[in-house]
Design a protein around this ligand. Structure first.
Ligand SMILES: *[C@@H]1O[C@H](CO)[C@@H](O)[C@H](O)[C@H]1NC(C)=O
Ligand SMILES: *[C@@H]1O[C@H](CO)[C@@H](O)[C@H](O)[C@H]1NC(C)=O
Ligand SMILES: *[C@@H]1O[C@H](CO)[C@@H](O)[C@H](O)[C@H]1NC(C)=O
Ligand SMILES: *[C@@H]1O[C@H](CO)[C@@H](O)[C@H](O)[C@H]1NC(C)=O
Ligand SMILES: *[C@@H]1O[C@H](CO)[C@@H](O)[C@H](O)[C@H]1NC(C)=O
Ligand SMILES: *[C@@H]1O[C@H](CO)[C@@H](O)[C@H](O)[C@H]1NC(C)=O
Ligand SMILES: *[C@@H]1O[C@H](CO)[C@@H](O)[C@H](O)[C@H]1NC(C)=O
Ligand SMILES: *[C@@H]1O[C@H](CO)[C@@H](O)[C@H](O)[C@H]1NC(C)=O
Length: 339
């Protein structure tokens, strides 16, 4: 099961040399998450077991509210896939985050969340298809906006807390921003990669998941003038990898389309063969343990970010799941023009 360490090692040494020759040492960390000009169609190979956003508007339309409306904003959090596994994942603090809105003029409320089209396993590990040389990713993620807030679902084993009020005008502006964010930020990223667990660590890559969407939205709302505050500590799940400075390897066509990089291509396939996507969260958790062994023994990880591969020279503690505080943004000070 374990890839031959020597072959991997030699490959990495050669690659580091190649990279060093081209590296103009201008790398900025973390690597920015790539935005696209539009969301591409999903490949028919990717099939969802659970339909994405079943009760949302097909075209992602968000109703216009009157500028004078007062909209309450709710922080929503619940253990992942609780409907299947009870609160076990809650005890492990693997949480899903969303935002709720409720209009006082219309008496209607809404839930807004961002999640995987094909579940977490498919966004974390690719498929190795016999007929396609490059590993195949079903890793799109998107925003879902739908009418209603299921109070029980969020409050019973999680959080349902009002954190502020915004005007209808602010809500409408946020809705336009979400639609653009949804069209340009198209793929899910499970991992946050950083140099070590200390607060001063260098972050090499940021995750792009449900909680990042919630943070982005809170920041947008606070830029629009909203004041948000919570009575409790606002903690979120993070899945970390720890590594030394990553090395850029290339995209699919560079790595899998060139005979010269055949060894690297083979190594990446071998690596991901250990972690095929899984149907259930428990399989994934098991796979993460397997990943841990491999990663600890070989100290190698091939990260796919922005549809490109990077080599991570892994180091202790390798992988960690944390549930840590990310405070709500403080209100943005408005600058008054001096006349
Ligand atoms: C980048 O610059 C630092 C300090 O100047 C140097 O130690 C490092 O080797 C350089 N990295 C690469 C990949 O050239
Ligand atoms: C993951 O993707 C595969 C390939 O499309 C699909 O068969 C499977 O149902 C997906 N898993 C989930 C949980 O949606
Ligand atoms: C985001 O994009 C997905 C996929 O195209 C779509 O189903 C969803 O309705 C969109 N959501 C919003 C809020 O625009
Ligand atoms: C909350 O957790 C309990 C115990 O695990 C479970 O029976 C119940 O269904 C959960 N409630 C909701 C609303 O998911
Ligand atoms: C959302 O609306 C439903 C249906 O009217 C109601 O039962 C629920 O309490 C509301 N939740 C919030 C947080 O406003
Ligand atoms: C973080 O950086 C600050 C300022 O550079 C330093 O005072 C502090 O000791 C560092 N903390 C850790 C844990 O490295
Ligand atoms: C892949 O990378 C090469 C450069 O290495 C670039 O020319 C090409 O446009 C990239 N392909 C895609 C699909 O981004
Ligand atoms: C929330 O985060 C803080 C700081 O990151 C941590 O000290 C605290 O233990 C966390 N709370 C829970 C319930 O894990």
């Amino acid at each position: 099961m374990i890839p031959t360490v020597v072959v991997l090692y030699l490959n990495v040494v050669i690659l580091l040399h190649v990279a060093a020759c081209f590296d103009d040492n201008k790398s900025k960390w973390p690597v920015p998450y790539r935005r696209f000009d539009h969301r591409p169609d999903v490949d028919p190979f990717c099939e969802a077991i659970y339909p994405f956003c079943p009760t949302g508007d097909r075209d992602g339309r968000v109703p216009d509210v009157r500028n004078s409306d007062v909209i309450s904003v709710y922080r929503l959090q619940t253990p992942v896939w609780e409907f299947k596994y009870g609160s076990l994942l809650g005890k492990m603090h693997i949480m899903h985050d969303a935002i709720g809105f409720s209009s006082s003029e219309m008496g209607v409320n809404y839930t807004m969340e961002w999640y995987e089209l094909f579940q977490l396993g498919n966004c974390t590990f690719p498929h190795l298809r016999p007929d396609v040389y490059a590993p195949f990713w079903c890793n799109q993620g998107a925003a879902c906006f739908f009418e209603g807030i299921d109070d029980m679902h969020w409050s019973q084993n999680g959080t349902l807390e009002k954190i502020g009020e915004i005007t209808g005008g602010q809500f409408n502006e946020m809705a336009r921003w979400v639609q653009n964010d949804n069209e340009t930020g198209i793929y899910y990223e499970t991992w946050t990669v950083r140099s070590d667990p200390s607060p001063n660590a260098t972050v090499w890559f940021e995750s792009y998941d449900c909680s990042q969407f919630v943070h982005r939205t809170y920041r947008k709302l606070s830029q629009l003038g909203a004041k948000l505050s919570s009575q409790t500590q606002t903690n979120y799940t993070k899945i970390y990898l720890y590594s030394g400075e990553p090395t850029y390897l290339g995209n699919d066509s560079a790595i899998f389309g060139q005979p010269a990089l055949k060894n690297l291509a083979t190594d990446i396939r071998k690596f991901y063969n250990l972690f095929r996507p899984h149907q259930s969260f428990f399989d994934l958790a098991f796979s993460l343990l397997e990943a841990y062994k491999t990663v600890v023994l070989d100290k190698d990880f091939y990260l796919y970010y922005n549809f490109e591969y990077w080599h991570l020279p892994m180091k202790p503690p390798y992988i960690q799941i944390t549930y840590e505080e990310v405070p709500l943004p403080s209100p943005v000070k408005t600058h008054h023009k001096i006349k």
